[in-house]
Ligand binder design. Structure first.
Ligand SMILES: NC(=O)C1=CN([C@@H]2O[C@H](COP(=O)(O)OP(=O)(O)OC[C@H]3O[C@@H](n4cnc5c(N)ncnc54)[C@H](O)[C@@H]3O)[C@@H](O)[C@H]2O)[C@@H](O)CC1
Ligand SMILES: Nc1ncnc2c1ncn2[C@@H]1O[C@H](COP(=O)(O)OP(=O)(O)O)[C@@H](O)[C@H]1O
Ligand SMILES: [K+]
Length: 510
């Protein structure tokens, strides 16, 4: 699913108004009445106090429409205008009058802290103060109002985006943003919902189709692509009956040091489970027995005793995954550099191999085109430096990717796959995956896909999705806490099958 910027959303709005020959007012009515329908469906007329806080722009206009429909249907509604400016939008004003006609009284004006209404825990709030039009800091009393609403801790529904969130930078005051239980957003999800600094402002996101112009939505490249099952199914390559193990490549996993051989076990198993034809683990001598015992399907080549000092392969690998438990000893960095100069196979670079590159940036010059690098945030910082906020992080990651022509998988709750100006946001996975070794599994999985000939961007997107999806399958059965990295490997097969499972409804019919 595409993600648009605020200005692209505005353009989609305008194009729809022209192509459908409707007014912006009608579009507002259509959008807001869908939110009302959603509420009405859930509340079924329940008489809980509903506080609708409206700004003075079109987001406020949406709130006024919702209020009017709630009043018409006999709900217990109080409407407030958060009067931070006299510059009211045209459609706001029309709906302001329409609400008065139905409710028989003007909404209550909030102009300062003295006007704040009491909001109780058992009430409900509709947050329609700011939408995607927020473009400057809030006046202090509006920030206070937002904090006042948050303090009630009552069920809060934000219209389009939690008020106080910009769609292009982090909020000025981390507490001055509505904490929403649900955000009902128009047509397409917004980037802020998936970034670590801003994703936490809403527990749930519901995207509603307000019928914006299909051609425009289809033809306009988004600023990012949200990756769910629908997006990855077309990336999967099925197997031919007469294929043999050579068809799926012989990959090599390189890494391990004394006490960190487990990372290599996880990665090697993961590469095989993803479908690599053959896998070799290249480890220090101390890892030999461990690997031969725990992954009998893999071959093992060993180097000196406790850490790698040389990387000499006696075959041409189809893909390389390097870095798990590798260490950053000078000798190892040297070995890695020599290897990079020789190697032509597609690569995944993780963990200590990233740290080696951060220590010696010249290594980056030797990467094969579209090498996948999989940093967690700390490793990313070592590569691209500190960032102002998540938006700045993305820009810096894009610049880094363009400079070295590499694919970055920025790991986290919604891992970002970045290649030059392309951004993919993975939407599978769960907090149970915040556990030792889950990144090693990802590296093995991506290497397994490269080994089978998937191109690096596809491999990064499909592999990251399947990794999260395997984690989700475990969490459904065992919960978050008991999830360990080895379980992710064991659920790779189920994650593949899940790609082609029909939705529940169809299962019940058959
Ligand atoms: N296709 C769509 O996206 C649709 C959007 N609609 C609504 O329109 C909203 C966008 O509306 P607007 O562009 O009017 O913007 P908002 O209602 O989000 O912003 C309010 C207004 O306040 C001004 N402003 C921004 N920051 C301010 C600040 N800190 N202090 C004071 N004033 C500030 C802005 O210039 C803007 O005019 C969306 O979020 C959505 O709710 C819907 O009505 C219909 C369809
Ligand atoms: N809260 C979370 N939600 C979803 N996925 C997560 C979460 N925390 C971690 N992960 C995933 O788990 C993996 C952790 O990788 P990493 O930090 O390298 O761990 P390790 O070094 O222990 O292997 C990444 O793929 C990341 O996206
Ligand atoms: K809002």
């Amino acid at each position: 699913m595409k993600i648009f910027s605020a200005s692209q959303m505005r353009m989609a709005d305008e194009v729809t108004i022209k192509s459908e020959k409707i007014s912006s007012l009608e579009l507002m009515e259509r959008a807001a009445s869908q939110i009302f329908n959603l509420l009405h469906h859930r509340l079924q007329g329940a008489q809980i106090p509903i506080h609708v806080f409206c700004g003075i722009g079109n987001n406020g206009g949406d709130g006024l429409v919702i209020s009017r429909l709630l009043v018409e249907h006999g709900y217990n509604v109080k409407t407030y205008i958060v009067n931070f400016s006299e510059n009211r939008s045209k459609d706001f004003l029309v709906n302001y009058d329409r609400l008065k006609e139905i409710a028989k009284e003007w909404p209550f004006q909030i102009k300062s802290e003295e006007d704040f209404p009491t909001v109780q825990y058992q009430d409900m709030v509709i947050d329609s103060i700011f939408g995607i039009g927020l473009n400057r800091p809030l006046v202090p009393w509006v920030t206070q109002l937002i904090k006042h609403i948050n303090n009630a801790r009552c069920f809060t529904l934000s219209v389009d985006i939690p008020s106080g969130l910009y769609d292009y930078k982090k909020p000025d005051d981390a507490e001055g943003v509505i904490f929403a239980d649900v955000t009902v957003t128009f047509q397409l999800p917004k980037l802020v919902f998936f970034l670590p600094q801003t994703g936490g402002y809403t527990k749930e996101v519901e995207v509603i189709d307000i019928g914006l112009d299909r051609n425009f939505l289809h033809q306009t490249p988004g600023i990012a692509e949200l990756i769910n099952k629908n997006e990855v199914v077309p990336l999967y390559r099925s197997r031919h009956k007469y294929s043999h193990k050579g068809t799926f490549g012989h990959c090599v996993l390189i890494g391990g040091s004394y006490g960190k051989i487990g990372s290599m076990v996880l990665a090697t198993k993961a590469a095989l489970k993803m479908g690599a034809g053959l896998a070799t683990a290249y480890v220090p001598e101390c890892g030999y027995e461990v690997l031969q015992t725990t992954v009998p399907e893999a071959m093992v080549i060993t180097d000196s005793d406790d850490e790698l000092e040389e990387i000499n392969l006696d075959f041409e690998p189809s893909a390389v995954g390097i870095g798990m438990g590798l260490g950053t000893d000078e000798k190892t960095i040297k070995a890695f550099e020599e290897f990079l100069k020789e190697n032509k196979a597609p690569m995944v670079i993780d963990a200590d191999a990233i740290n080696c590159m951060a220590k010696k940036p010249e290594l980056l010059e030797h990467l094969p085109l579209q090498t996948i690098i999989t940093p967690h945030p700390k490793e990313l910082e070592r590569l691209i430096g500190k960032w102002e906020d998540d938006f700045d992080k993305i820009r810096k990651a894009q610049e880094f990717s363009a400079k070295y022509r590499c694919v970055l998988v920025v790991k986290g709750a919604n891992s970002l796959i970045i290649y030059e100006d392309q951004i993919y946001i993975n939407n599978s996975g769960n907090p149970g995956m915040a556990t030792a070794g889950s990144g090693d599994v990802l590296t093995g999985m991506l290497t397994g896909l490269l080994s089978q000939g998937y191109d690096p961007i596809r491999a990064a997107v499909l592999g990251t999705y399947l990794h999260g999806s395997a984690g989700d399958l475990i969490a459904q059965k065992n919960g978050f806490e008991a999830l360990i990295a080895g379980d992710i490997v064991n659920n790779i097969g189920q994650a593949y099958l899940e790609l082609f499972r029909q939705p529940q409804q169809q299962e019940q019919k058959s």
